[in-house]
Write a protein that binds this ligand. Structure first.
Ligand code: TZP
Ligand code: MG
Length: 213
């Protein structure tokens, strides 16, 4: 499915590790009110039934706020919850297979770390790419750094939207200026914030400025 590059502006990835007083669904709604433009549900620890329940709840929110919504890795949950699509990494099911299962109308995002992976993903039917890590991050284990030179090359080479990920905050995203990325994907910069709505709003402003530079 063709997605709008503008949907990539502020891409939020959930992390249940940060849920304290508020539930993940409440946190997610706050992020939507703050202006996120895309949402990925990334849930690594829940048993299937609980995962599905959560996915359905968040799908309903995503529809209410009209935000594209994908599920990390789990194609079955994505189908059962009627999500808009899935996001897969290099070690997950190949994008061609995912496309065969989901058909042309669903969104498929792929993580890429270099031009070769980016081109392969695009040729295989990916709708957008997540590229990183821009900075080291404690949110995900075993990430390796992508240089901004490589980021720029990827953006110049593929024609699908590219979103940068990994350790990105309001005050350090300037490194992406001029790379051609369509937006940023963040976990902790939104979900670890005390005021999630405000954090999302400020990030959105900062990305728009960065893209305009
Ligand atoms: N993929 C590459 S880095 C990363 C993922 C899921 C984690 C990004 O989290 P944060 O908290 O925005 O650094
Ligand atoms: Mg994965």
């Amino acid at each position: 499915m063709n997605i709008k590059a503008s949907d990539m502006t502020l891409y939020a990835v959930t992390d249940a590790a940060w849920t304290g007083e508020k539930t993940l669904t409440e946190q997610t709604e706050e992020a939507m009110k703050g202006g996120i433009t895309f949402l990925q549900l990334r849930e690594k620890h829940l048993p299937e039934a609980a995962f599905l329940k959560e996915a359905i709840e968040i799908r309903d929110l995503a529809r209410k706020y009209q935000i594209p919504f994908v599920i990390n890795d789990n194609i079955e949950i994505a189908q059962k919850a009627e999500a808009d699509g899935v996001h897969v990494g290099q070690d997950d099911m190949p994008v061609e297979e995912v496309r065969q299962i989901l058909g042309p109308d669903k969104i498929i995002g792929v993580s890429a770390h270099n031009v070769e992976e980016a081109v392969r993903a695009e040729q295989g039917g990916a709708d957008y790419l997540g590229v990183g890590a821009v900075y080291p991050t404690s949110t995900k284990e075993n990430t390796s750094a992508v240089s901004m030179e490589e980021m720029k090359k990827i953006c110049q080479t593929v024609s699908i939207p590219v979103v940068a990920i990994g350790g990105i905050k309001k005050d350090n995203m300037n490194v992406l200026t001029g790379t051609g990325v369509d937006g940023i994907a963040v976990v902790s910069a939104i979900f670890a914030a005390k005021d999630i709505r405000k954090a999302a709003r400020e990030l959105l402003e900062a990305v728009k400025e960065m893209k305009a530079e």
